[in-house]
Design a protein around this ligand. Structure first.
Ligand code: ATP
Ligand code: MG
Length: 389
């Protein structure tokens, strides 16, 4: 039996960033070690544009496979058997592994980053292919084969693999400046956070809750969702901001139709203040155009008017079904669908305004007595927590 003794991580986009390639690669080495810390995977090292991790007796490859979706920057990971870089040794391992690989067509893919190796990739592909056909009776299919038998020649070794764990691609989390993500406990915002991590940004969270008017359900959900998001970055800071008093004042002084837009303006203002305090340059949300009353172009404009910072909305053009599918991949879906009372649905009028006009909203806001003081009080009373996975 040939059991994998190495996992080879392939990355894509980083390789294009020639100027600071090493910076990205080092970050990815750290992220792999972090994400895989409970899988028993061994030391990770950089070899000729690949990252190689040792598989030991303690390594749980199924656990590794489950966590690859959180390895932002990695295109795929291949569990491989290391062998002598000689044709006979490689062929013996490849044939043995192909005998146990899933049924179906195959192709051989020799990647020769070590050009010292005598034979060319083409000749090796052909020779190995023939041996595998003879031994297994499988058919070759160049396009979209059932199994890819990959042979990588790196340093003084050959690595053979017949399986790939698909990764998310993108950039290593932490390679961009951090963002402050508004987390509601719903389906969309955690997916938005994970998408931004996939583009390199580490995430801080902020959640507005109406406890004790509502239960602590949204707080518990946001904590659990933050644990999932924390996976790719080794921990996550979350601000839990009490919001009930601001809501009560809004209900008392403002027209019912504008409540949601006004709640949102307060949320964004508070988020901006905290972001400034933490040295964070931009906010992010899980908004998707037209999905609910508060996400019309008019209302997005009326809410964004309350702050100066850029607001990133990675889901703005994404359909709900696609967002739900992503939430299932990351495992946030089952947490998000647990019931909770959204603070925005508290005191919700029957007919919320869907086309708020900025001047009217500004005037309504100015009429809320004591709002600035309540916002300052909310900051003073917030809970700053750290979640880890
Ligand atoms: P989600 O599934 O993320 O809750 P949603 O479809 O319920 O989104 P809204 O409730 O309109 O839509 O929220 C839009 C966005 O506003 C959320 O994705 C989140 O970024 C932010 N948001 C809403 N409620 C809160 C909250 N209580 N605390 C922090 N952010 C919030
Ligand atoms: Mg919501």
């Amino acid at each position: 039996m040939h059991k994998p003794n190495t996992v080879i991580f392939h990355y894509g986009e980083i390789a294009l960033k020639t100027g600071n390639r090493l910076f990205f690669e080092k970050m990815l080495v750290g992220n792999i070690s972090q994400v895989m810390k409970n899988t028993g995977l061994g030391h990770v090292r950089l070899v000729r544009g690949r990252l190689l991790a040792e598989v030991t007796a303690a390594t749980d490859l199924e656990a590794v496979k489950k966590l690859v979706p959180f390895l932002f920057g990695v295109v795929y990971a291949a569990p491989a058997v290391r062998t002598e870089p000689q044709m006979d040794a490689i062929a013996a391992v490849a044939v043995a592994m192909m005998k146990n690989a899933p049924e179906g067509t195959f192709k051989v893919d020799v990647l020769r980053s070590d050009k010292n190796f005598a034979s060319t990739s083409m000749a090796m592909n052909a020779a190995l292919g023939e041996k595998i056909i003879d031994a297994t009776g499988r058919k070759v299919k160049m396009r979209d084969p059932g199994v890819i038998c990959a042979v990588e020649l790196l340093e003084n070794d050959a690595y053979v693999s017949v399986e790939r764990f698909e990764g998310p691609g993108g950039l290593p989390t932490g390679s961009q400046a951090p963002l402050l993500m508004m987390l509601s406990g719903g389906i969309d915002s955690p997916v938005a956070a994970l998408r931004l991590q996939r583009r390199g940004a580490a995430i801080f969270g902020i959640h507005f809750h109406s406890y004790p008017i509502t239960t602590r359900a949204s707080l518990e959900k946001v904590k659990e969702l933050s644990q999932v998001i924390s996976r790719a970055q080794g921990g996550m800071t979350v601000f839990m901001v009490p919001f009930a008093d601001i809501q009560k004042a809004t209900v008392k002084f403002a027209p019912p139709g504008l409540r949601v837009v006004l709640y949102r303006r307060s949320m964004f203002r508070l988020a901006e203040r905290l972001a400034r305090q933490e040295g964070i340059l931009a906010l992010a949300t899980g908004e998707s155009l037209g999905q609910v009353a508060s996400q019309t172009v008019e209302n997005i404009a009326a809410v964004s008017d309350a702050v100066h910072m850029p607001i990133l909305r990675p889901l703005i053009g994404t359909n709900k079904e696609e967002i739900m599918a992503e939430a299932r991949v990351y495992g946030t879906f089952d947490i998000s669908i647990r019931p909770h009372e959204d603070c925005c649905s508290l005191f919700l009028p029957e007919h919320p305004e869907t086309r708020a006009k900025i001047e009217i909203v500004q005037a309504a806001e100015a009429a809320i007595e004591g709002l600035a003081a309540l916002e300052t009080e909310a900051i003073a009373k917030l809970d700053k927590i750290t979640e880890k996975c």
